[in-house]
Design a protein around this ligand. Sequence first.
Ligand code: SAM
Length: 248
Amino acid sequence: EAVLYVVATPIGNLEDITPRALRILESVALIAAEDTRHSGRLLSHFNIKTPMIAVHDHNERQQQQKIIEKLQQGLDIALISDAGTPLISDPGFVLVREVRAAGFQVAPVPGCCALVAALCAAGVPSDRFAFEGFPPAKSQQRLNYYTARANETRTLMFYESPHRIIDSLKDIVSAFGSERSIVLARELTKTFETFLGGTAEEVLAQVEADPNQRKGEFVLMIEGAPEQDDTLLDPRSSEVLDILLEEL
Ligand code: SAM
C-alpha cells in the first residue's frame, strides 16, 4: 500500500535533517513541496533528484486529487514545506485529511519544528503550553487577541514576522502587563540564534535599542498567568461554608 510521508526539513541548519528523512525523500516517486524553487535548493544540496509538485494554500484542493491518483497507482509520496514540520503554520492539513479519508496511510517523519526548538531551550515552563500560530497582522485585532489570552495559565507560543515584532511586543506589554515574563527566540539553529528573556517591557526595550534584534525569524513565548487557586470559593459560598462549619 502506498504511503504519504509527512517529512520535516531543517529550520536553518542543514545538518538538522534525519537520515530517515533523506532516505525517504530519495526513494519516493514524488515530493509535494510548498515552494518547489525553495525546496529545490534543499534537495540539490543533498543531491536528491526526486520530481516535485507544488502544493500550497491556493492549490491544495486541486493537487490533492493528483496525489491521491498517484497513491492509487501504488506510488509513495513525501510532503514537505519550506522549513520545519508541514502543517505547523504551513499547508498540508487538507491534503492529509483527504488522503486518510481515501484510505491511505499517512506516516510522520519527524524532525525540526521551530516551536519545539524554541520551547526546549528558552527556560519557560514547558509542561503545558498553547501554540497559537501567527497573531493577527492588524494592530487593533492583535491587541484584542492578546487581551483575550491574558489570563491563560499555560505558556503561550506564537510565530511572528520581523515587520511586526516591535508592534507585537508593544501590544504584549499592553495586554499582559509590562512585568509578564517573556522570551523571544530568533534565528534558531542559524548563525545569529538569540534568546532574549525578561519582562515584556525589558525585551521590548532590547529589541527597540538594537535593529539587529528585529531581523530574521521569531518565536515568541509568554509565560502563563499565575494559577488561580481552585479552592478559593466565591464570597457567598464561603459564607455558607462558615455557617455549616459552625454547626459541626
Ligand atoms: N512549519 C514550520 C515549523 O515547523 O516551525 C513553521 C512555518 S511558519 C510559515 C514560519 C515561521 O516559523 C517563521 O515566521 C517564524 O516565526 C518561525 N520559524 C521558522 N524557522 C525559525 C527559526 N529558525 N527561528 C525562529 N523562528 C522560526
